[in-house]
Design a protein around this ligand. Structure first.
Ligand code: FDA
Length: 304
């Protein structure tokens, strides 16, 4: 993550900036670019329209760092409704979950149990669950919980972040489990002891991991990037690959490239977040591309 992106991340943590984004029309409009809407119905609507371009979805009920029991229960209930809505609507979809939304910070055992419930519900409907990867203090627990749950249920996936020094080892540990492995660059502010800092070194790490992942016939690679050079590399590796893989992108980011890849016959899945807890998610989208904040600032000034 560049120094400027770190600055954006730090600035958006300040209360007045948060208020400026959550309480103004330009702020809400910016969120709307990246978030489907407040409820599962809005997410299913987006899924249907992406489906017209043969694009699948992964639905994310926004929320993270949850510590209250009732909020954990609400998240589980929300995800159960989401799985049922996917099934009932017939859209091609699965769910993405964050373990800190399922109780990881309260008790890893609780997060493992709630994940089990969702995996069982999803399996009953023929659906899958992918675990997002959060900040590095949670990586160890997330990898272990995935390993155990995938061993028990077989319908899970996990995201690995190319910027972490530990990821080559995690990749080799998890590929034989046969689940979906989503490779992304990494979106959190991390210290140099745990993560690569420069954009170019992260890109090189992603390229090396991508090569390894695409040579594994055991797991299902999900290549989660909008980076044209890495997408081109994945296409060139795809020629020799016998087993399945997919591209993944975020709702609101490079939609024309999403449709182009699907039009070329590649499997494409778009990550579609929904719900009212969108602020933390939005700050990561702003930090990835500080120009997004410029658009917001201009809209704000224009409105005043
Ligand atoms: P890069 O940042 O180099 O972007 C390449 C190009 O894409 C840019 O030049 C721009 O055109 C466009 N672009 C990228 N981000 C944009 C934005 N926010 N707004 C507008 N344009 C943008 N991270 C994580 O830590 N844990 C996770 O679980 C996940 N999960 C996840 C799922 C999926 C499906 C995707 C695509 C990404 C994630 N990520 C994630 C986020 C990931 O780590 C990374 O921060 C972003 O994907 C941006 O990196 P790119 O690989 O797109 O490259």
């Amino acid at each position: 993550m560049s120094a400027f992106s770190r600055l954006v991340m730090a600035t958006t943590q300040a209360g007045p900036v948060r208020k400026l984004i959550t309480d103004t029309r330009p702020g809400k409009a910016l969120a709307h670019r990246f978030v489907a809407g407040d409820d599962v119905g809005a997410a299913i609507e987006i899924a249907r329209s992406l489906g017209e371009s043969k694009i699948a979805v992964s639905l994310d009920l926004l929320g993270e760092d949850v510590s209250k029991e009732e909020e954990i229960e609400q998240a589980v209930q929300g995800y159960v409704e989401c799985l049922q809505a996917i099934e009932a609507s017939g859209v091609e979809g699965n769910i993405s979950v964050k373990l800190t939304q399922l109780g990881l910070e309260v008790d890893p055992g609780l997060a493992a149990n709630t994940l089990d419930l969702l995996a069982i519900d999803a399996a009953a409907l023929g659906l899958t669950v992918t675990i997002d990867m959060e900040s590095s203090e949670h990586t160890d627990a997330t990898v272990s919980i995935y390993e155990a749950a995938q061993g028990r249920h077989g319908n899970l996936g996990i995201c690995l972040q190319a910027y972490l020094h530990r990821t080559p080892e995690d990749l080799r540990r998890l590929m034989p489990l046969g689940g979906l492995i989503r490779l992304c660059k990494g979106a959190y502010v991390e210290p140099a002891e745990v993560a690569l800092q420069g954009r170019e070194e992260v890109d090189r790490a992603f390229a090396r991991l991508l090569d390894e992942l695409m040579h594994s016939e055991e797991c299902h690679p999900a290549i989660a990037t909008h980076d044209p050079a890495l997408i081109a590399q994945a296409k060139s590796l795809a020629g020799a690959r016998q087993a399945s893989f997919e591209f993944q992108m975020l709702f609101g980011v490079r939609p024309e490239e999403q449709r182009a890849l699907a039009g070329e016959g590649y499997a494409v899945r778009v990550y579609v977040p929904y719900g009212s807890n969108w602020y933390a998610y939005l700050t990561r989208r702003l930090a990835e591309r500080p120009a997004n904040l410029g658009l917001f600032a201009r809209a704000l000034v224009g409105k005043r």
